[in-house]
Design a protein around this ligand. Structure first.
Ligand code: CU
Length: 125
């Protein structure tokens, strides 16, 4: 979890602005919901190194658990533990790849995080 190289660059770009209304925040935000699709967006694409933040605005506890955590602790790349109502969970520094995840409290809740090294790929589209 120490790949901060690209994060630093992204933050530099964001801080250089200071202009109004333009959100240049490098943090991708994912909303938890109690109804389908449960994680919004259900599939989020981020550039490797950029932080991803799951927000829980619901009155219910949830988790953000990489599916591989169920198979083998060594394959488990992120597991939030319980995220309380009004709280959030942030992860960054994941290597490029496709990471399906779920809520361990409500297994019907499923999402996917795609981390890419391709800087031209727009996020959250
Ligand atoms: Cu849940």
């Amino acid at each position: 979890m120490n790949r901060v190289r690209i994060v630093t660059i992204a933050l530099g770009i964001g801080a250089a602005s200071g202009g109004p209304a333009l959100d240049l925040s490098p943090t991708t935000q994912i909303l938890m919901e109690n109804g389908s699709p449960y994680y919004v967006p259900a599939t989020a694409t981020v550039v490797s190194g950029a932080p991803v933040r799951w927000n829980n605005p619901t009155p219910t506890h949830h988790t953000v658990t990489h599916n591989d955590c169920v198979k083998d602790a060594h394959l488990c790349l992120f597991n939030s533990g319980t995220v309380a109502p009004g709280s959030h969970f942030t992860v960054s520094g994941l290597p490029a790849g496709r990471y399906p995840y779920h809520c361990s409290i409500h297994p019907i809740m499923r999402g996917q995080l795609v981390v890419t090294d391709d800087l031209s790929t727009p996020s959250q589209l």
